[in-house]
Design a protein around this ligand. Structure first.
Ligand code: GLN
Length: 243
């Protein structure tokens, strides 16, 4: 029996799971085990209730425009719950399509505006709508490397997206692009951080290649659920995250 237990919401895990995004949950479980923690995973999907108080940590993956349209309609009913979860400072990882839907809107490849829930301030245009002279009309596909400005931590991943995302005032980028395209191919940003919500275009999946972020999210979840626990290396944590 593990000492600690976390409940993870896999938002629309049956619809949005590009490039094995579910590997992020496998990575979280792997690191959680090292922290004497087990994770119960529940998919929260179409017509399900999302009660933010039932969950300690959340994952929201990416997908195709069609699935995003389906999710866009349903997720409006979960907006208040997701907003509370995020504002409570609980950790969430949102990748690509999930990242786009946490923001104000995403204009899909065919020009249709797909509403997000606007709990984060970014918005996402389509490649053909937003094309500078240097950009050709193509998806952003390939390996990406970024560096977080505050910590110097580097992240490695793979991107494949039509959307060009522009961050809002109260969001910081997850990192600055060293190689690849990132949020929009123009301003050198990749991903977003708001409180303990981490967004990225990285498939790959990001947490399998960037374990420090997984450990950081677990510590954030554990410190909310077990405020009196001494979550130090002596308590069984193999590595103290430095992210
Ligand atoms: N459909 C979105 C886009 O093309 C998201 C893609 C994804 O999640 N990989 O931008």
């Amino acid at each position: 029996m593990a000492k600690y237990h976390l409940h993870l919401a896999h938002l629309y895990g049956d619809l949005l799971n590009t490039y094995g995004d579910i590997g992020n949950i496998i990575a979280l479980k792997y690191y959680a085990k090292q922290m004497d923690t087990d994770i119960q995973v529940d998919v929260v999907s179409i017509e399900d209730d999302f009660d933010p108080d039932q969950f300690d940590i959340a994952f929201f993956g990416g997908g195709q425009d069609y699935e995003q349209m389906v999710v866009s309609k349903d997720i409006q009913t979960k907006k208040d719950g997701i907003k509370k979860f995020i504002e409570d400072g609980k950790p969430m990882l949102a990748i690509c399509g999930g990242y786009q839907l946490l923001g104000k809107y995403y204009v899909g490849a065919d020009g249709e505006k797909i509403p997000g829930i606007g709990v984060l301030d970014h918005y996402t245009l389509t490649q053909s709508e937003h094309r500078s002279a240097q950009q050709n009309q193509s998806r952003f596909i390939g390996d990406v490397e970024i560096q977080n400005e505050d910590t110097g931590a580097k992240f490695h991943g793979f991107e494949n997206h039509n959307g060009r995302t522009f961050l809002g005032e109260n969001e910081r980028p997850l990192g600055h692009v060293l190689a690849g395209h990132g949020n929009n191919g123009e301003d050198g940003t990749e991903g977003a951080i708001y409180l303990h919500t981490y967004c990225s275009y990285f498939h790959g999946p990001i947490l399998t290649r960037n374990g420090e972020l997984a450990k950081q999210m677990l510590l954030e979840a554990l410190s909310i659920k077990y405020p009196d626990a001494d979550l130090t290396p002596q308590e069984g944590l193999i590595v103290q995250p430095t992210f």
